[in-house]
Write a protein that binds this ligand. Structure first.
Ligand code: SF4
Length: 319
């Protein structure tokens, strides 16, 4: 989908008009450092008094001088970064870790993300040791795919699960992503203190509301429309999904209506790393940070903040 810089800037304007403190995670389709518009947006957000945190993901393949230039412009105290490690594609792993260290030493809350592929467990242990020595959180995701027709994460063996549990940065993510605990019926801040915006400015309680497109059965009208033109059927489906939306933030009549209390999750799974931290229990069991993906356990602050010096908590949810 093409990126519209003007729309991106207008969405930022509208977000900054909201009467709330903001922690923002930008989901970027391409590489962040290849877009000056994205960099300008993050720099602007990072200096705004309403913004407590702004983060994004990157593969850090650009040169260190360009990373430094960006860091010079941003408000580091509000900046977060998720760096994806594509070790099968990059030639210079030491150079990669050197760039991560540069970001870490400047004070941004940076983490390195990696996928828990069963045949990479030795590398995972080595990367975790390296990053722990640097004080950088190493954040694993579950492998979501098939190997020899075995669908993961269900196909992880007990031993592999044990390994992952020890290497996941937080137990919450291990349970939700690897064990696939169901959030259904559990209290969640989606629509109360958390919202999801797509790149058109459409506002949803959470990304799963947007994804319902794939879940909703086609109704009679769609089936009828599909006989004449599949595009009509798809348009009907899109309209049904948009009924789950609160509206478009770019619409001048738009009013964000947050619910008075958390909602009970209607879905059987929540597997997005950004979204699953919206569950209410995360606020009681963990500290959230300016980097949406990084949480650390309450009661173990001294240990975690000592080991990972850029960790600082953001204000907790009110009870
Ligand atoms: S737990 Fe996940 S899927 Fe459920 S409401 Fe919250 S963010 Fe949405």
């Amino acid at each position: 989908m093409s990126f519209d810089p003007g729309k991106f800037r207008r969405i930022i304007d509208k977000l900054l008009d909201l009467p709330y403190r903001l922690i923002i995670r930008l989901g970027v389709g391409g590489e962040f450092f290849l877009s000056s518009d994205l960099q300008d947006g993050v720099v602007r957000l990072s200096h705004h008094p309403k913004v407590e945190g702004v983060s994004f993901s990157t593969n850090l393949v650009i040169g260190e001088d360009r990373i430094q230039t960006f860091l010079d412009q941003a408000n580091i105290e509000r900046l977060g970064m998720g760096v994806t490690l594509h070790d099968t594609q990059i030639k210079n792993i030491d150079g990669f870790f050197q760039k991560v260290k540069t970001v870490q030493d400047r004070g941004a809350l940076v983490y390195v993300g990696y996928v828990g592929l069963p045949d990479r467990f030795d590398d995972i242990s080595a990367y975790k040791r390296t990053l722990d020595d640097m004080g950088v959180p190493f954040i694993l995701n579950e492998y979501n795919g098939s190997t020899q027709n075995a669908p993961y994460p269900q196909a992880y063996t007990a031993g592999e699960r044990d390994f992952l549990r020890q290497h996941f940065f937080s137990e919450h993510y291990y349970r939700m992503l690897v064990q696939r605990d169901s959030p259904q019926g559990k209290s969640c801040l989606a629509g109360h203190r958390y919202i999801y915006l797509n790149n058109k400015g459409q506002v949803f309680n959470c990304g799963m509301d947007r994804n319902r497109e794939w879940e909703l059965e086609w109704n009679g009208l769609q089936k009828f429309a599909a006989r004449f033109n599949p595009e009509w059927a798809r348009a009907i489906q899109t309209r049904r999904v948009l009924r789950n939306s609160q509206g478009n933030i770019l619409d001048d009549r738009f009013q964000l209506e947050l619910t008075a209390s958390p909602r009970l999750c209607p879905y059987p799974a929540c597997t997005c790393g950004n979204e699953v931290q919206a569950m209410k229990s995360v606020g009681s069991d963990y500290h959230r940070t300016r980097t949406l993906r990084v949480i650390y356990p309450r009661g173990r602050e001294a240990e975690f903040e000592g080991k990972y010096p850029n960790l600082t908590p953001v204000e907790n949810d009110p009870d």
